[in-house]
Design a protein around this ligand. Structure first.
Ligand SMILES: NC(=O)c1ccc[n+]([C@@H]2O[C@H](COP(=O)([O-])OP(=O)(O)OC[C@H]3O[C@@H](n4cnc5c(N)ncnc54)[C@H](O)[C@@H]3O)[C@@H](O)[C@H]2O)c1
Length: 401
C-alpha cells in the first residue's frame, strides 16, 4: 500500500467512526428529527448559504444535515480545541464544507473563519461572535441578511464592542429561557464536572472547589459539585448573583480568600482575566485550573507558560506546570472548554433543544429578516413555546414506551 492509499484508508476509517457517532446522536435528537421532516417539505433555506462557527462534534453534525435538508449549502468551522476530526471527516463526506481540525490554535481558527466567510454566506450561525466580528472588520463584501448567536460570550460582544457595526438582525439563542435553564445549567455544569473526573481520575469529595462566576454555567457547575459531595466556594462580582449563591447554600468569598483556600478552580465568567497574572502568584501548590467559559482568556495561560520551568504532559488534556518558585499547577484542556475539548460535550437532549431553537430561528430569519430591526434580539416567543412543548412531550414519554 502506498502513502496515498494509506491516507485514503485512514480517512475512510475516520469517516466511518464519525458517522457512527453522528448516528448515535441523531437517534436521540428527536426535536431535530421532527424539524428535518418539516424542512424537507418546506425548504426554508432553498438557495441560501449558511456560514457556521460551532463546535464540530456529532450533535452539530445532525444540525448541519437538518439545515441541508431545508435546502441550505452549509459551510462550517469549529472553535479552537473542540473540533472532532472524525466528525469533520464524516461531514465533509456528506457534502458539508468544513474548515479546521482538533489541533487548531487561535491563529488557525481566525484563518478558518475567513475561509467560511469566503463562501459569501446569506445567514451566519455564530458561536462567540467570531464570524460577525470578522465580517464587519472587512465591510462592503458580503451579502449576509441575518444571523444567530449561540452563547453568552458572543451576546456580550454583540451588545458591547460590535454594537455600532451591526446592520442585520441577530437572534441570540443564549437568551432564550429554555437554553439558559436546560442547556447551561443541566448540560454544561454536569459535563464540566464529568470532564474533571474523567481527566484527573480524582475524587470530588477530596477537593475544595472554587467556581468563578455564578451565571447559569457557574451555577450548574457548583450545584453538580455539591450533588457529588464536593465543597464549593463561589467568587462572583455581581452582588445579586452572589446572594443567589449564598441562598443556594454555597460559600461565597473574595478572590483573595478563595485563592488561598481552594484547590480546584473553575472559571465560568465569560470575561477575560478571571484568573489573571496576579492571581497566579497566589495559587497554592497543587492547584488545578479548568475553564468552562467560551474563550480560554479567563485564565492567563500565557503567563503560566512564561513562569514555568518545566511543563509535563500526563495525558492529552492534563499539563503540570512547575513554576520558578517550585509550586506545581495543573491546567486541564489547555484552558479551552473542559467539557468539549476532552469529552463529548453537553448531553445530546440539551443540545437538541438548543439546536431546535437555532434551526427554527434561522428559518424565521430567512422568511422575516426584512421586517426585523438590526442588532441582537430574542428568540421569538412562538419558537420558544413550540420547542418547549415538543420537549415536554419527549420527556413525558419517559418510562411509558
Ligand atoms: N462550556 C460550554 O459548553 C459552554 C456552554 C454555554 C456557555 N458557555 C460559556 O460559559 C461562560 C459563562 O456563561 P453564563 O451564561 O453563565 O454567563 P453569565 O454572564 O450569565 O455569568 C457570568 C457571571 O460571571 C460573573 N463574573 C464576571 N467576571 C468575574 C470575575 N472576574 N470573577 C468572578 N465573577 C465574575 C458575572 O458577574 C456573571 O454573573 C460564557 O463564556 C459562555 O459563553 C460555555
Amino acid at each position: 500500500m502506498n502513502d496515498k492509499q494509506a491516507q485514503g484508508t485512514l480517512n475512510d476509517h475516520l469517516v466511518e467512526q464519525g458517522n457512527q457517532k453522528i448516528r448515535w446522536a441523531e437517534l436521540h435528537q428527536r426535536l431535530l428529527q421532527r424539524l428535518r421532516a418539516q424542512f424537507s417539505e418546506t425548504k426554508p433555506f432553498a438557495g441560501l448559504t449558511i456560514g457556521m462557527c460551532l463546535h464540530v462534534e456529532p450533535k452539530t453534525a445532525v444540525l448541519c444535515s437538518v439545515l441541508q435538508a431545508g435546502g441550505a449549502k452549509v459551510v462550517i468551522t469549529g472553535s479552537p480545541g473542540t473540533t472532532k476530526n472524525d466528525v469533520a471527516a464524516a461531514l465533509r463526506h456528506s457534502g458539508v464544507i468544513v474548515y479546521g481540525q482538533q489541533e487548531d490554535d487561535s491563529t488557525r481558527h481566525q484563518e478558518n473563519i475567513l475561509q467560511v466567510l469566503s463562501h459569501d454566506p446569506h445567514l451566519l450561525l455564530d458561536n462567540g461572535a467570531d464570524l460577525v466580528a470578522t465580517y464587519f472588520a472587512h465591510p462592503g463584501q458580503g451579502r449576509v441578511i441575518a444571523g444567530t448567536e449561540e452563547t453568552t460570550t458572543g451576546a456580550n460582544r454583540l451588545r458591547g464592542e460590535l454594537r455600532e457595526a451591526l446592520s442585520f438582525p441577530i437572534i441570540v439563542i443564549n437568551d432564550s429561557p429554555l437554553k439558559l435553564i436546560i442547556e447551561n445549567e443541566h448540560g454544561v455544569g454536569p459535563t464540566i464536572v464529568e470532564g474533571f473526573m474523567r481527566e484527573t481520575n480524582l475524587l470530588v469529595q477530596s477537593k475544595s472547589f472554587v467556581v468563578f462566576g455564578y451565571g447559569s454555567v457557574g451555577r450548574g457547575i457548583a450545584r453538580s459539585l455539591r450533588r457529588l459531595g464536593g465543597q464549593v466556594t463561589v467568587v462572583e462580582l455581581d452582588p445579586i448573583r452572589a446572594l443567589e449563591a449564598v441562598l443556594d447554600g454555597m460559600r461565597v468569598t473574595t478572590l483573595e480568600e478563595a485563592l488561598s483556600s481552594g484547590e480546584v478552580f473553575f472559571t465560568a465568567t465569560g470575561r477575560a482575566g478571571a484568573i489573571a497574572a496576579e492571581s497566579i502568584d497566589r495559587l497554592p501548590d497543587g492547584a488545578i485550573l479548568a475553564n468552562a467559559g467560551h474563550f480560554s482568556w479567563e485564565i492567563d495561560i500565557a503567563e503560566l507558560r512564561r513562569r514555568a520551568t518545566t511543563i509535563e504532559r500526563f495525558r492529552e488534556w492534563v499539563e503540570l506546570f512547575t513554576l520558578e518558585d517550585g509550586r506545581r499547577i495543573t491546567l486541564l484542556a489547555h484552558g479551552e472548554m473542559l467539557n468539549l475539548a476532552g469529552g463529548g460535550g453537553n448531553p445530546i437532549e440539551t443540545m437538541d433543544l438548543g439546536f431546535a431553537l437555532q434551526a427554527q430561528s434561522l428559518a424565521y430569519l430567512a422568511a422575516h429578516y426584512k421586517d426585523l430591526p438590526a442588532g441582537p434580539q430574542p428568540v421569538p416567543g412562538e419558537i420558544n413555546a413550540t420547542v418547549a412543548r415538543w420537549m415536554v412531550e419527549n420527556l413525558s414519554r419517559r418510562g411509558s414506551a
